[in-house]
Ligand binder design. Sequence first.
Ligand SMILES: [Zn+2]
Length: 192
Amino acid sequence: MKIVASILTKNPCYQTGEKISVRGLMLHSVGCPRPSAEEFAEEWNAESYERACVHAFIDGDTGVVYQTLPWNHRGRHGGGSSNGTHIGIEMCEPACLTYTSQFAFTCSDLSAARAMAERTYRAAVELFAFLCRKFQLDPQKDGVILSHTEGHQRGIASDHADPEHFWNQLKTGYTMDGFRNDVAKALESLEC
Ligand SMILES: [Zn+2]
């Protein structure tokens, strides 16, 4: 796993300097057709970018992780109380999507989109296993690894459908239960 440090030092969220004690990890996908993590990191690194701040973006073309906040910094990714407990990680999405509403899209190149979904999924599994080890989190424990959607269902995040909307519409077969299992397996292999 390659991690590139690209901390959003100009973003107002970074400038608060607020820390959290990390209790869990929240998985997101960006919800727009932009595969480049570097572009997100550049755009969000601005004093005027007040609406969001996450801990990392996973690049769609390479799977490289762009870390955009210190891991124990309070982010603005989930809305609600999850910002005070969870690290937020965004997976980038392919350029071949056209969003028709907030969480629905058409796709002009299904095989390229699925390949990108697989690349970001695998990178997310590796990153989540790394973070579980770092913060001594049990990936299978209730509430530790959540999607943005699941956070909303629990009343700790805003009403979003990511990343399941992305996986489901591409018919990848990925689920959050499967993701948690894959993270647990990756964690085991890190520890032996
Ligand atoms: Zn989200």
